[in-house]
Write a protein that binds this ligand. Structure first.
Ligand SMILES: C[S@@+](CC[C@H](N)C(=O)[O-])C[C@H]1O[C@@H](n2cnc3c(N)ncnc32)[C@H](O)[C@@H]1O
Length: 255
């Protein structure tokens, strides 16, 4: 399988990801509302809480939190995603702050009551594990003492049970998406190549490489960042984390 560049995440989320995959995943309003119901409940957010959304993308969670009256800041390095997020906020006249920034350059200090990082974003993307840890450290730094962080990412133990080297989907647009996967056991990284085959005969490819974590690995990273893990789940329906669950959701609290 082709090598994926270390900075694959710069540009990956601009085009086909937004135009095709976001539709394919049926990332609809109802799903987002359910995820935010879960986050609000599990983070025990007070009505006027200030919340940071790291890797906010086109802002689906950030906007939903703003609709519920929370004071929200979303950061992301994808210009087009943030354009979409800002346009939606303007349409709905929501007061949300969106910042174009690499999460490695988060510079907040004890400003937020809570932070979220949902849908396998940012952490695990960096080729150097020190950078993945660094983002976690910076998120912890952004929290006030007693503040809470919720991450939602892939559970490597669940991924292992359903690993498929290849797969395909028909997207809502009618485009066929072929997926090829390869797992690097030395580095704990999954490489994926997605090929989009369109009805007009055109095709394009997107590749990514993602460090996937077992629960205990991610919990150790939380601890190094000064976040005490006080809750873990396997899905947004509240399922217990297990070998069966595809998601790894953790809440970590800053001392
Ligand atoms: C899988 S998308 C999820 C977006 C959003 N959280 C959601 O659930 O729709 C991951 C997002 O992380 C952003 N991202 C990736 N690397 C980043 C980095 N180093 N700093 C900031 N954002 C980053 C991407 O641009 C993309 O919008």
């Amino acid at each position: 399988m082709a090598d994926v560049s270390a900075d694959w995440y710069e540009g990956f989320f601009e085009g086909d990801y937004l135009d095709e995959v976001v539709q394919w995943q049926k990332i609809d309003d109802e799903r987002t509302r359910g995820e935010i119901d879960f986050a609000v409940e599990k983070l025990e957010l007070e009505p006027d809480a200030r919340v940071l959304d790291v890797g906010c993308g086109h802002g689906r969670h950030t906007l939903e939190l703003a609709r519920r009256g929370f004071r929200v800041t979303g950061i992301d390095l994808s210009p087009r995603s943030l354009e979409l997020a800002r346009a939606a906020a303007e349409r709905e006249q929501l007061d949300v702050e969106f910042i174009l920034r690499d999460a490695c350059e988060l510079a907040f200090e004890a400003e937020f009551d809570a932070a979220i990082n949902l849908f396998t974003s940012v952490i695990g993307y960096f080729a150097d594990e020190a950078d993945n840890q660094r983002v976690l450290d910076l998120i912890a730094r952004a929290l006030r003492p007693g503040g809470s962080f919720l991450i939602d990412t892939i559970n490597l133990l669940g991924l292992a049970r359903r690993y498929r080297a290849s797969d395909w989907q028909e997207l809502e647009s009618g485009t066929i998406m072929l997926q090829r996967h390869e797992f690097d056991f030395r580095r704990g990284r999954n490489t994926a190549v997605w090929t989009f085959l369109r009805g007009d005969g055109s095709r394009s490819e997107l590749s990514h490489s993602l460090r996937t974590y077992t629960p205990h690995e991610l919990i150790a990273m939380f601890e190094r960042a000064g976040l005490d893990v006080v809750g873990s789940w396997g899905d947004f329906d509240g399922a217990k984390l297990s070998f069966e669950t595809w998601r790894l959701i953790l809440r970590g609290d800053k001392a």
